[in-house]
Write a protein that binds this ligand. Structure first.
Ligand code: UFG
Length: 351
């Protein structure tokens, strides 16, 4: 067995076909975004172990690698897995993500998103796994003063969900100073869409995201779609978001992993396309793509929604060479639509 270097375990002395040798742990890899990352890794022959408690994930969503059902709070299992598997890198995806819920039950979010992340980071250090990609969020910015938002904008989260992610970023930063540990934090904007071949997609029945809820309304699962707020300081009065296809986001993870492998230092990157669409525009495109004119209700603002969130993603494009392939709202909606139709007609897709 090849002996590992302590400081940069990624470096390969023979420098060829390194993917085949890289073993990556993906926490939360059975979830919506995680499963697309696993797919991207698998297509490139990385060796993958998914660690997921299946609270929201599905075994059927894991297209590549091995799935270990486990919780990050279970330190005995976590240590056992690290001891047995000898990872080269970790992609940490598992987290709770519902903003409203985080306001109602903050400790649930701090425990899972922050404390469990500390368990993982600590275990990484113990087993000398010194490379980590962290799934962060645009929610770390709260209500930004200006858009597009750059990575050095102030971190002023307005809910425990965003705060829990800021805390993990802080911990990663501090650990990267005290140990030979490097990380990339990817701050996701509004992730949507599904696999081109309709194998995986958003499977949560209680999903609250605009595109998913709109499509399910088009399918008749809801009586109408609520548009939350029409009096925002935007051209049509509805909120603007930067919608990014989940496969483009998955590619960003591969680039981040490769960057660390080549010895790149810790960094933080926004992941978005750099332009936005309003809620009204999204609803109009969903109606166009599906060909279904579902009922819409103009409702009050939803607490905690910033008027506009758009990424300045020039840093990831420049430094990692990220070149999105699906910067097209209709494509995002179309792939999600095919997925929604599939799970409606074949609910056993993810048993
Ligand atoms: N919206 C509606 N009706 C709905 C659902 C959403 O009008 O039924 C609106 C929201 O009010 C918001 C926009 O659509 O203005 C987008 O809302 P989403 O719930 O789809 O997404 P968010 O922007 O609230 O949140 C997403 C992620 C969060 C992350 C945030 C960062 O879900 O995890 O982006 O931008 F924190």
């Amino acid at each position: 067995m090849t002996k590992r270097q302590d400081s940069y375990p990624f470096f390969c002395s023979i420098g060829c076909n390194i993917h085949a040798m890289m073993k990556v742990l993906v926490t939360g890899g059975a979830g919506y975004i995680g499963s697309h990352i696993v797919k991207a890794l698998g297509e490139r022959q990385y060796e993958i172990v998914v660690y997921d408690n299946l609270s929201y994930g599905h075994p059927g969503a894991v297209l590549y690698g091995r799935l270990i059902q486990g919780d990050l709070a279970d330190q005995v299992l976590l240590h056992d897995v690290f001891r047995r598997e000898r990872f080269d890198a970790v992609i940490h995806m598992s987290a709770f993500i519902v903003v409203d819920e985080s306001i109602r039950d903050p400790l649930k979010y701090y425990r899972n998103n922050f404390v469990n992340a500390l368990n993982l980071i600590e275990t990484c250090l113990q087993y000398r796994v010194y490379a980590c990609i962290f799934s962060s969020t645009a929610a770390v910015y709260g209500i930004p003063d200006k858009v597009p938002v750059t990575e050095d904008s102030p971190l002023l989260p307005i809910n425990p969900y965003g705060a829990s992610k800021v805390m993990v970023e802080q911990a990663l930063h501090d650990v990267s100073i005290s140990a030979p540990f490097r990380y990339i934090s990817l701050r996701y904007f509004n992730v949507a869409g599904a696999d081109r071949l309709t194998r995986i997609g958003q499977a949560r029945k209680d999903a609250t995201h605009l595109i998913t809820v709109s499509l399910r309304t088009a399918l008749g699962k809801n009586n109408y779609l609520d548009i939350f707020g029409t009096d925002y300081p935007t051209p049509d009065g509805t909120c603007i978001r930067d919608y990014i296809h989940v496969d483009d986001l998955a590619d960003a993870h591969i680039l981040a992993l490769e960057y660390l492998r080549k010895g790149g230092g810790s960094a933080i990157y926004n992941c978005g396309y750099g332009h936005g669409a309003s809620v009204q525009e999204v609803v109009n495109r969903v109606k166009y793509v599906t060909g279904i004119d579902f009922p819409v209700r103009y409702a009050d603002r939803r607490p905690g929604d910033p008027p506009a969130l758009i990424a300045d993603a020039s840093k990831i494009r420049k430094e990692l060479g990220w070149t999105p392939k699906h910067d097209d709202l209709d494509y995002i909606i179309r792939t999600a639509w095919e997925w929604e139709k599939k799970i409606t007609t074949t609910p056993q897709t993810h048993p």
